[in-house]
Design a binder for this molecule. Structure first.
Ligand code: G16
Length: 574
């Protein structure tokens, strides 16, 4: 007979979910008594309350990082101890505990798990004993919990006084697919999430067309899984099913090989070298992050910004992806700091383009309400209404579908660069750059935002009054972004500062919500140039970083970035 212990505990400060889940240093979690238990109990207090009666199920998976295996056992013990009388609880755990974030979303939706799912990931943050661990709660629609739910969970963390656990529950062996435990209205089943996820992808894409492309002698593709959760999916889907040639870092490691599992030009050096090697022959390169929801797309000698990537996918979707050929495009969306490239595609398709705060959770209601088909974020997130998370492999298969379509219809060899350039010719180009000032002093970062916010509240104040001239830039307007959800009408305030200029340029400042210590200031700059014959060379070959330099000078001048961050230059530029 398994016994249940009720353990007295005290609230632990700072257990507040950020943009997506709770992310903290492993050292802090391991050295703070009850850190994990407090947080899990707070989630369960909120989530179990939503299902007072009837049998329930929940998904449990993660990106394979250090501390996950141990955490899975603790969470199972707590689920067992918290089950209600006469209520059966079924826990679906990923084989080896590894399930990408998009696959968790797919599995929640497929099995209709009443309690949603828990994802053990700190996303693209490094892993291992010296780095980060994290946990996200996803709702029964498959998407990240909305703000109402995360606020409730946070309130629970502030008043928690006890948690329940069954420490002598037998340890669950999650290495083998099938039933793993069943006792007293409680069962655990280990599932093959790759199978479920693959099944879903097959309903979306034309696998034969992609296979044909990948079998061409004159087309080479390389995928970098960054030692993250997507490793197993890339082996079984990209390689075994579709015949993709080269995979990099496809073995999942608890510390991601000591690297930063963040798919960008800085942290995927081997892939980047292959793609920018003048003698190289790789036509499409792609990478995804620790938990597989972010993606990076690179052509030969050509980086595709996430903002352009989603715009190109949206423009092509109905032509080359069966799912959209059938369902059409209901609407498009982007997070506020993402470039406006997708807005112009929406205009062309005659559908609405929604502008949401940063965070995939804000797309959830739009998807559920049938208002949205494809969306993306500048932070390397791209996805659609097939699930409720951004989806790295979905973006990669979308690009393979576009290339397959172009190869087939033109009968000629096309390139990623030629596809994007064609897009710029049709829509003009948003030159776009993001500067990150990582791990700066929290007080300084807050003061920076506060100062600009006060000016905005005074109608622009001395700094931002419409008409104020800074070098060649004249202020047109300034605002602090606020979002009213079109479906539930909830209002989310203080989501970033936007300064627009009369030439159509803008810069945005906001603080990141995904770091595990200190603060990160993000400065986003965009300059849109419509396509004309005169601007042809600039649009096709202009360097975004060079082009936004004068705008950066103005943003620095207005925000006093160097002073508040105590930095001379950004840590990362994307
Ligand atoms: C999370 C969210 C994304 C968001 C990103 C960046 O991504 O899911 O929607 O755009 O954080 O957030 P921030 O700018 O606040 O750091 P992920 O991949 O880290 O889960």
């Amino acid at each position: 007979m398994v016994s249940i212990q009720t353990v007295a505990t005290k609230p632990i400060p700072d257990q507040k979910m950020g943009t997506s889940g709770l992310r903290k240093r492993v050292k802090l979690i391991e050295s703070t008594p009850n850190y994990l238990e407090n947080f899990v109990q707070s989630i369960l207090n909120v989530v179990l309350d939503t299902q007072q009666s009837g049998d329930v199920s929940i998904v449990l998976g993660g990106d394979g990082r250090y501390f996950n295996k141990q955490a899975i056992q603790v969470i199972v013990q707590m689920l067992f101890a918290n089950r209600r009388e006469k209520q059966n609880i079924k826990v679906l755990i990923a084989e080896n505990g590894v399930m990408s974030t998009p696959a968790v979303s797919a599995v929640i939706r497929k099995y209709k798990t009443e309690l949603g799912g828990l994802i053990l990931t700190a996303s693209h943050n490094p892993g291992g004993p010296e780095n980060d661990w994290g946990i996200k709660y996803n709702a029964p629609n498959g998407g990240p919990a909305n703000e109402t739910t995360t606020d409730k969970i946070y309130q629970e963390t502030l008043k928690i006084s006890e948690y329940k656990i069954a420490r002598d529950l037998p340890s669950i062996d999650f290495a083998k697919v099938g039933p793993a435990y069943s006792q007293d209205h409680f069962s655990v089943e280990i599932i093959d999430s790759v199978k479920d996820y693959l099944e879903l992808l097959k309903t979306i894409f034309d696998f034969d067309a992609i296979k044909k492309l990948l079998s061409r002698k004159d087309f080479n593709f390389t995928f970098d899984a960054m030692h993250g959760a997507t490793g197993i999916y890339s082996e079984k889907i990209l390689k075994a099913e579709l015949g993709a040639g080269q995979l990099l870092r496809s073995d999942n490691l608890p510390d991601f090989g000591g690297a930063h599992p963040d798919p960008n030009l800085t942290y995927a050096p081997e892939l980047v070298e292959l793609m920018f090697d003048k003698q190289g022959n790789v036509d499409l390169g792609a990478a995804s992050d620790g938990d597989g929801d972010r993606n990076m797309i690179i052509g030969k000698d050509f980086f595709v910004t996430p903002s352009d990537s989603v715009a190109v996918i949206a423009d092509y979707a109905q032509k080359c992806i069966p799912y959209f050929k059938k369902s059409g495009i209901k609407g498009l969306a982007r997070s506020m700091p993402t470039s406006t490239a997708i807005d112009r595609v929406a205009q062309d398709l005659n559908v609405k383009c929604y502008e949401t705060p940063t965070g995939w959770k804000f797309f959830g209601n739009l998807f559920d309400d049938g208002k949205l088909s494809i969306c993306g974020e500048e932070s390397f997130g791209t996805g659609s209404d097939h699930i409720r998370e951004k989806d790295g492999l979905w973006a990669v298969l979308s690009w393979l579908s576009i290339l397959a379509y172009e190869f087939e219809s033109t009968g000629d060899k096309v390139t990623v660069a030629s596809i994007v350039k064609q897009h710029w010719k049709k829509f003009g180009r948003s030159f776009y750059v993001r500067y990150d000032y990582e791990n700066v002093d929290g007080q300084g970062a807050n003061d920076l935002v506060q100062r600009i916010s006060e000016q905005i509240q005074q109608g622009g104040g001395d700094l931002l009054k419409a008409g104020t001239q800074y070098d060649d830039y004249k202020v047109e307007s300034s605002e602090e972004f606020e979002y009213e959800d079109p479906v539930d009408k909830s209002v989310t305030k203080k989501q970033g500062l936007i300064v627009k200029f009369t030439d159509g340029s803008r810069f945005v400042i906001r603080l990141s919500g995904t770091g595990s210590s200190g603060a990160t200031v993000r400065l986003y700059m965009e300059k849109y140039i419509p396509y004309t014959q005169d601007q042809h060379d600039l649009i096709m070959s202009g360097d975004s970083k060079e082009l936004v330099k004068p705008l950066f000078k103005v943003a620095q001048n207005i925000t006093k970035l160097n002073h508040y961050t105590q930095r001379e230059s950004p840590t990362v530029i994307t």
